[in-house]
Ligand binder design. Structure first.
Ligand code: BES
Ligand code: MN
Ligand code: ZN
Length: 499
């Protein structure tokens, strides 16, 4: 959708639908203070009839309202005035957007509630609103023969404000929100594609396409032969059981000074995880096409960095493979040698994410990173611990961890930190190799992070376990695009672009 700002009186706007926020006490709030007496009266009369519900996001559509140039006026309940904030506006607006997308409205105009702007929340509220609206409008129709799209989709939203200076803040927020939403859209599309289409080679091609679209983005993908020369024995052992060649995708965004150290994002790109010889149960195994969501979020984030031309250097690394049972696949008990030289006893072939990530994390050293963040659908245990609302966060640097926690809070893409220490790390001791790839009973998310911790000692590192947050199951099965918002908020803050 296109987003614009305008400074004009609400009643003079020629729009197909003017959206006016109303509080639960049937008070239109500051949105109508600027209106003429006639226009105000029309609204008050409609409210008096009591057809608008009191619940947040209740709507009442009015036609031919006197005093307005708009074809329709949509009254949108914003809930209680006392507790009103940007989140409430975003969630009410996502309902409104869904409604307008279904009817024949193509353009609409929202009178930005003054209440927000006084709290200095205009920037984040506007950004939230765009992200929520785009989530509402997102559809994945690529694999359906009949596209089920609305006849007259909503294509334009204008934000109305009375203050020109504020309009600039809104403009910036709209731009940031659109780029973040588009990054999430790319991540969702890649994730929702099935494993037979979205292969490691497909992900590599997607990165190359991004590289061609922006002069600041450069994509490369290492072949198995090149990885062999680098000694990536852990990564390659996973892909041996698959007929799709593994790729190590590298997407470099150069927007900062040449010598400024990059933030490196490493995303797990398992395009299908059957578990290998330690095969998974068949129920819901289709959802293991989502085991590349970390990698998809890295590509989405880099696309957004390029779109916003952030003054930073950011490198994306996506190790990508399938994990399947095969005569040549890893067997429980096999010992492989990682690029870092550490030997690994593979006690469970389903703990493959850490095997492909560890070599990518060693590869990350060459970029002399300011920080490395890996993003992975790494452990079912993380879903047990935190459910589907919160991403697991671990790492070796308190400041980096705090920065990510705050970013998650700021943009409503929350994470929660789990501890790491030697006691947990010892669970990975092996009788035969430097370390085992599983840590036995208990604390599966932490021992997985401890495994990775062996390969991240040379830099500041954080690990995001998105096993519970990257996609939804059940009737609204689909990717969420998380944690693109968290990562973008962190990068925007580092480049001093947030309000
Ligand atoms: N991709 C899975 C983790 C996963 C499982 C994410 C379910 C989301 C939902 C990962 O490769 C895996 O299989 N992990 C194992 C590790 C275990 C063998 C130590 C797990 O979590 O069961
Ligand atoms: Mn697995
Ligand atoms: Zn996996």
């Amino acid at each position: 959708m296109r987003y614009l700002t305008k400074t004009a009186a609400a009643e003079n706007i020629a729009t197909q639908c003017l959206i006016l926020g109303v509080f639960d006490d049937k008070h239109p709030g500051a949105s109508i203070t600027g209106l003429s007496a006639t226009a105000r009266k029309s609204i008050q009369m409609a409210l008096k009839k009591g057809d608008l519900g009191e619940k947040s996001a209740s709507t009442l559509m009015l036609y031919g309202l006197s005093g307005f140039k708009a074809e329709r006026v949509l009254l949108l309940c914003l809930g209680e005035k006392k507790s009103f904030d940007g989140r409430k506006l975003a969630s009410a607006m996502s309902t409104a957007v869904a409604l307008l997308d279904k009817n024949s409205t193509r353009d609409c105009t929202l009178v930005m509630p003054e209440e927000l702007q006084k709290n200095g929340e205009a920037y984040s509220a506007t950004r939230d609103l765009v992200i929520a609206a785009e989530a509402q409008l997102y559809r994945f129709g690529q694999c359906k023969s009949k596209k089920n799209h609305p006849q007259k989709p909503l294509g334009k939203l204008t934000l109305l404000t009375q203050d020109r200076k504020r309009a600039n803040t809104l403009k910036k927020a709209l731009k940031h929100g659109s780029a973040i939403a588009a990054g999430m859209g790319l991540a969702k599309d890649l994730a929702n594609l099935p494993g037979n289409i979205c292969t490691p080679s497909y992900l590599a091609d997607t990165a190359r396409k991004l590289g061609r679209k922006s002069t600041r983005l450069k994509a490369t993908a290492l072949t198995e032969k090149q990885m062999q020369r680098l000694g990536m024995g852990a990564l390659l052992s996973v892909s041996r059981g698959s007929r799709e060649p593994a790729k190590l995708i590298i997407l470099e965004y150069r927007g900062g000074k040449e010598n400024s150290r990059p933030v490196v994002l490493v995303g797990k790109g398992l395009t299908f995880d059957a578990g290998g010889i330690s095969i998974k149960p068949s129920a819901n195994m289709d959802e293991m096409k989502y085991d590349m969501c970390g990698g998809a979020s890295v590509l989405g984030t880099l696309q957004a960095c390029a779109e916003l031309e952030l003054p930073l250097n950011v490198i994306g690394i996506v190790p990508s493979s399938e994990n399947l049972p095969d005569g040549d696949a890893n067997k429980p008990g096999d010992i492989v040698t990682s690029m870092a030289g550490l030997t690994i006893e593979i006690l469970n072939t389903d703990a493959e994410g850490r095997l492909i990530l560890c070599d990518a994390l060693t590869y990350a050293e060459r970029f002399k990173p300011a920080a490395v963040i890996d993003i992975a659908t790494l452990t079912g245990a993380c879903v047990v611990a935190l459910g589907h609302h919160t991403t697991g966060l671990l790492g070796n640097d308190d400041k980096l961890a705090d920065e990510l926690l705050q970013a998650g809070k700021d943009i409503h893409d929350p994470a929660w930190r789990l501890p790491m220490n030697e006691d947990y790390a010892r669970q990975l001791d092996s009788n035969f190799a430097d370390l085992a790839n599983i840590g036995g009973k208990g604390a599966g998310t932490i021992t997985a992070a401890c495994f990775l911790g062996n390969f991240t000692e040379k830099y500041k590192w954080a690990h995001l376990d998105i096993a519970g947050t990257a996609w939804k199951s059940g009737s609204d099965k689909g990717a969420t695009g998380r944690p693109v918002p968290l990562l973008m908020q962190m990068l925007l803050k580092r480049s001093k672009q947030t309000e």
